[in-house]
Design a protein around this ligand. Sequence first.
Ligand code: GLY
Length: 381
Amino acid sequence: MPVTRRAFLETSALALTGLAASAKAHAAPTPSNHAAPAPPTVVASRNGIRGVRKAYEMMTNDQADPLDAVIAGVNIQELDPNDQSVGLGGRPNADGVVTLDASVMHGPTRRAGSVAALEDIASASLVAKAIMDYTDHIMLVGKGAKRFALGMGFKEQNLLSEESRQDWLRWRSQLSPDDDWLDHEDDVMIERPGGTINMCGVDANGDIGSVTTTSGLSWKIPGRVGDSPIIGTGQYCDNEVGAAGSTGRGEANIKVCGAFLIVEFMRGGMSPQEACLAALERAVAMTEDRLLDGKGRPMFSLNFYAVAKDGRFGGATMYQYPDEYLEVLPSRGSYAVANADGARHEPLHYVYDQNQLPGGLRDRMMERVERIRMERAKEEE
Ligand code: GLY
């Protein structure tokens, strides 16, 4: 017998009622944080300093929705061709193609949207929001995601900037001395940077929104998706508790569902700061041997940021940056915050101090310091 749409909906509704009843039995634990809504606050990764100011102003001056505000905040980096870590101008994958991942969550309505391996559309965060707003799905990837975005009126454009293309050509020429690619004329050693922006905001009503957007790990294997588009990993928001998000090695975060874990730690009574550090410790505990040094310390970096419903905030990273590094790049080791005290960088707390940095990581950082010093000296000549 053919099933009519109405009958289908009724049957589905009954099934869902059953689900709802059983879901109730497993409902989230009572939040520990019932404090009255506190001052509006926005936190972000270090590169979100312009964005936190904008998001804070939108929430306080225009009473903007917190998710709209933080998305407008990250749009600044997504649309900036000089930011090589997200959106337009992001570094490409191993084939020289820029692919973007992003996810969003809207606390008051408990909705989420996500997009992965998106090509040719700069503002992945807005595509993730459109998936949340206009579909019954949460995540779209690849070609389907692009078709959806074009259908929604997003603009198609080449995301590969000349700077990122040159970096990719350098990387490719340095892969092997025996391949057919000649050395790049400007043979600067090329690093393998990641780069992502996470932003979480709580408004004066205690409503929360969160977003993470990225072009992912540079030179990744085509098809690789990191933590940013995974709800509960790259970012997570529970309107009763707070929000959290991450930047850094996505593969390390995916295994601990870091953003969800931090929100659950906060629900259990930890401060945002304590929760970020505890999640990093969990990530270390879940790290495979090949990525640990002889003393069990990770050979990578991972960063977490969090805001509680009452406006408390925190951020933590794996390693304290060495003093020499901070001399040339002072905002490293910090994250961006905006609240009634203004928009500024705050120091990230860390699991390991600079004396505990594994040799390999320290060497890479010192090489970078040396290179930057030489470049600056050249510019001054
Ligand atoms: N955390 C960003 C990435 O791993 O893609």
